[in-house]
Design a protein around this ligand. Sequence first.
Ligand SMILES: N[C@@H](CCC(=O)N[C@@H](CS)C(=O)NCC(=O)O)C(=O)O
Length: 338
Amino acid sequence: MKRVSLVFTLALAAAFSAEAATAQTLKTIKDRGLLSCGVSQGLPGFSSPDDKGNWTGLDVDICRAISAAVFNDPTKIKFVPLSAKDRFTALQSGEIDVLSRNTTWTLSRDTSLGASSTGVTYYDGQGFMVKKSLKVNSALELNSASVCVQTGTTTEQNLADYFKGNNMKYEVIAFGTNDEAIKAYESGRCDVFTTDVSGLYADRLKLANAADHVVLPEVISKEPLGPMVRHGDDQWFDIVKWTLFAMITAEELGITQKNVDEMAKSTKPEMKRVFGVDGNLGEQLGLTKDWVTRIVKAVGNYGESFDRNVGAGSRLGIARGINALWNKGGIQYAPPIR
Ligand SMILES: N[C@@H](CCC(=O)N[C@@H](CS)C(=O)NCC(=O)O)C(=O)O
């Protein structure tokens, strides 16, 4: 009996210390008073700073939503601009708490790079852009082309797969930053620029004469983009994951930045749970009961953020397409808040 209870006590102690060891990120962020958010070095619509250093974008909104959920303030953030190559080291080393940088969820990133993908903010795929003067209508006509690409990306890998798979030759010219790659393409050092299709829309805005360039019809890969956290802290993983799910759920329930206070008075059981009137779901995450209200007040629901940053209300003007909600013809879907 004594032995059993000793074993039990030891097991319990181990369980608690494991919890204490892993649930550090939220505490670290609160002690620091800032969320450290890894973003791009400037990709309009996703994460880019204005002249005053004020960051906006779909990826930025995720960090603003997390900051709102934790601090009831969407501005308690240190934005860390990262190249594609440096982003995972920054996450592993603890320099950033979350990587929200048009980053594709893949198996090797979830395993050997020690990241945990928390969900998908934008379902994307890789495409090609060429100068109209090249008179090319399909990527299959690109045999022997030179291609500008950013190093440390899935883009590089897909490019190799696509050309090899179609028995085509190509010359890759890789750059450390996106601006270098796009400038090289524009100046004629390569025939083709390739990246995620959303990136092509964003990068086209940087070109002197956008109308001189065309995006080819082929989409050669799946690029589910979303926020990532470090392995090893389940509580933090849950917070980031459910922040995104809260934004998607808010869209589904018709909760907007404008009507959130009104909607919070709803007597419907699902609404009462979401708004923390019934139960303590927010507290189970380590947040507060009004976590969803905080998030939606700060950034709006997923659809509002999409429209404002990359969609119809933005310079990019991207259609919702497969990023529409699952019940509106798309595949955006959040598990139940219950
Ligand atoms: N989604 C791909 C590509 C991501 C990527 O880094 N794309 C480039 C080209 S659009 C980019 O975002 N550059 C912006 C920057 O370097 O700041 C990945 O995760 O590897």
